[in-house]
Write a protein that binds this ligand. Sequence first.
Ligand SMILES: CC(C)(COP(=O)(O)OP(=O)(O)OC[C@H]1O[C@@H](n2cnc3c(N)ncnc32)[C@H](O)[C@@H]1OP(=O)(O)O)[C@@H](O)C(=O)NCCC(=O)NCCS
Length: 165
Amino acid sequence: MNTAPNSTRSIRMHRSLGQPLPQYAEPEGFIIRALRPGEEEAWVRMKNAAFGEEGGRAWTIEDFHATFTREPCCDYKRVFVALKGDHMVATASAWEAHYGGPVGLIHWVGTHPKYRGHGLGYALTLRALEELSARGYADAYLNTSLAREPAVRLYKRLGFRILEP
Ligand SMILES: CC(C)(COP(=O)(O)OP(=O)(O)OC[C@H]1O[C@@H](n2cnc3c(N)ncnc32)[C@H](O)[C@@H]1OP(=O)(O)O)[C@@H](O)C(=O)NCCC(=O)NCCS
């Protein structure tokens, strides 16, 4: 029997939106805004760069539509991106899941490797949390893995806690 801690274990994290959010600030030198129609291919390229180190299958535009535009809650104003000049470099989305009823979901957080460590992951996730709160969700959830240590640290800084299975 394997008794080693399973660092790749999938986890779900939760943060009540009833607790005040930290002050939002845009990292210097970047613009954070909602995704615009026509920017789907740029989002997919950026997503593939952000998650590319893991060696999984690269996404196509079809994956973008399956994940975002075909969802009942779809609204590009839920999908936040960071830009350095014209270059899309990071993202986080204020999505919806159904865990007994509709709840807020932090979805697809990623930063291009070249632009990590500038506070983009924190600012985008916080912006998405503000959006969930403004849309009336009482709770925010996210799904990740213990192996994503920088991501888990980031989410804990924003008040998320790991839910026991
Ligand atoms: C997780 C991820 C999104 C973080 O993105 P990021 O833009 O680098 O996040 P931040 O810059 O806000 O924080 C990263 C680190 O930089 C530090 N940092 C933030 N701003 C900084 C600044 N101005 N100067 C120096 N360091 C800074 C943070 O304290 C943090 O440090 P830590 O990792 O030691 O805790 C990124 O690593 C990533 O895309 N990983 C691969 C995809 C992934 O796992 N996504 C999550 C799926 S659930």
